[in-house]
Design a protein around this ligand. Structure first.
Ligand code: KG4
Ligand code: ZN
Length: 336
């Protein structure tokens, strides 16, 4: 049987990553060089520093990915690269590298959409998962309900009106002094707190069942902290973390499952950095079971940014005939 090997490159934010994926399902290698320690000093991702670090690491992660997979630039079939959305300078490093390799080795070049990549991460560990299905994408910059029509056709049917879910985690983490990256720090601290301690609001978007809003919740947390400070009351940060996380997870899961039921989907998946949150996964498992919906989620390492998901998405684009030209450019605001 035919075996198609994709070398994938991802550099849209603060991870420099490369991977070799076979036939869109089998991850032969998944190398991630994280810049978290570097950006921590500044409380968030500094774009210029991210670009410079990508340049330093990109050759290394590609060499490691090929070595671990037992492949070379000559034995792979095509090169897939994230070209958006993301930080323009960061994206350009991966795009320029992939173009150079493709040109020098006369291999097909396939530009991949970062968010579609996140969704495709679900195919890695669920060989049974096939479109159509509904996917709730929850990352640092996006909170989208996506109708996955087939392996290359996506339609956004709901989105956040303001902050993304991951953005809310990051902002609340900063407000209670946990620093960057917010999501994992809130999740860890929440384990020591009481999720029912503070009744934070569950935001509803009045004119749409498919859309989300997280800025009200973020403001409620900030107001709560200010209120405590004014009254000279000590804040129990673990309770704030647990109650905030519960509010996000409650809204996301209720919304996602309701949308799936209403639209008649039998399968619901999650994707993106916030999908690695265990409280969220547990709540989704519970609510999907109640609703009689099959639930799919990637391992944490495939939820946060990685190149394996780009290799999976790139495979499907490649098989569908997508070929990018030498004019492939970074598109920071790329839409689905
Ligand atoms: O998908 P991702 O790695 O990058 C983007 O494409 O944005 O998502 C990063 C986001 C950040 O906002 C981060 O705080 C959040 O995902 N995140 C989490 C967790 N791990 C990462 N949020 C909640 N709980 C986590 N364990
Ligand atoms: Zn991402």
């Amino acid at each position: 049987s035919e075996c198609v090997k994709i070398l994938a490159v991802e550099s849209s934010c603060d991870e420099t990553a490369a991977s070799v994926v076979e036939n869109g399902r089998i991850v032969k290698s998944n190398i991630i060089s994280s810049q978290i320690e570097l950006h921590k000093l500044y409380g968030g991702v500094v774009p210029e520093i991210a670009s410079r670090k990508h340049i330093e690491k990109i050759n290394y992660v590609i060499e490691e990915a090929l070595k671990e997979a037992g492949e070379t630039l000559d034995t792979i079939d095509a090169i897939a690269v994230t070209y958006g959305p993301g930080l323009v300078g960061a994206l350009l490093v991966g795009v320029a590298e992939a173009k150079a390799i493709a040109f020098a080795k006369k291999k097909p070049l396939v530009g991949v959409h970062h968010i579609e990549g996140h969704i495709c991460a679900n195919y890695i560990e669920h060989p049974d998962l096939k479109p159509p299905f509904l996917c709730l994408v929850v990352s640092g910059g996006h909170t989208h309900l996506v109708n996955v029509k087939d392996y290359v056709t996506y339609e956004v049917i709901g989105r956040t009106r303001d902050d993304a879910a991951g953005e809310a985690f990051d902002k609340v983490a900063r407000a209670i002094g946990l620093g960057y990256p917010g999501g994992p720090k809130i999740e860890a601290l929440a384990k020591e707190g009481d999720k029912n301690a503070i009744a934070f609001p569950r935001a509803k978007v009045n004119d749409s069942k498919m859309d989300f809003s997280f800025s009200g919740l973020k403001s409620a947390v900030l107001n709560y902290l200010n209120h405590c400070q004014m009254k000279g009351e000590e804040v129990n940060k673990a309770d704030v973390a647990a109650s905030f996380q519960e509010a996000v997870v409650d809204v996301l899961s209720a919304h996602g499952v309701e949308a799936a039921v209403e639209l008649g989907y039998k399968k619901l998946a999650i994707a993106g950095g916030v999908a690695s949150n265990h409280a969220f996964r547990e709540k989704m498992i519970e609510r999907c079971k109640e609703a009689g919906i099959d639930f799919y989620y990637p391992s944490p390492v495939f939820c946060t940014d990685n190149a394996a998901m780009i290799g999976v998405c790139g495979y499907h684009e490649y098989m569908n005939g997508t070929r990018s030209g030498w004019d492939l450019n970074a598109v920071p605001g790329l839409k689905i």
